[in-house]
Design a protein around this ligand. Sequence first.
Ligand SMILES: *[C@@H]1O[C@H](CO)[C@@H](O)[C@H](O)[C@H]1NC(C)=O
Ligand SMILES: [Cu+2]
Length: 176
Amino acid sequence: MAGFFKTVTFMVLVFAAVVSAEDYEVGDDAKWARPSDLEFYNTWASKKTFLVGDVLDFEFDAERHDVAIVTADEYENCEKETPLSLIKTSPAKIMLNDTGPIYFICTSADHCRFGQKLTVNVVDDASGAGGHSGAGTTAPTGSGETAAPLPAESTASSLGGASFMVALVSAAVALF
Ligand SMILES: *[C@@H]1O[C@H](CO)[C@@H](O)[C@H](O)[C@H]1NC(C)=O
Ligand SMILES: [Cu+2]
């Protein structure tokens, strides 16, 4: 029985180490509000890589703002009548479940037209090492530039991931 619990504890620790999803505070110190710059939120997003499993944390004054998930067309035109979903309580923690673009706007007054809108492009974890593993994986998406990680680096990290799994399995077997 003791061996079993050891293994479970070990597995939980390893799981926590491998699954390193990021939690992003949208807009950093500006939080989610009407920005002074129309491109503020997309500039914020352009410096980051968003992976499936990451969480966007929208913090806002719920008497002035909200968070709506909308279609691409609704995003472009700031149409707010029929959002896919609408969250009126802060903080709104939204997990990115799927790859591809996702569009957010605020439905208050003209806030969207004044730049309170954000789109992020969600990608698969391409590193194979689980989660955000450093500077090599932070290539900007959706812009002209693509700083692809060096092939040597990505090979090294997937090998690292593979040998890590082998070590994990052997350790689990040894504990039994
Ligand atoms: C992701 O999945 C969770 C759990 O099913 C759900 O609550 C959340 O709304 C989903 N996120 C999006 C952006 O749809
Ligand atoms: Cu607003």
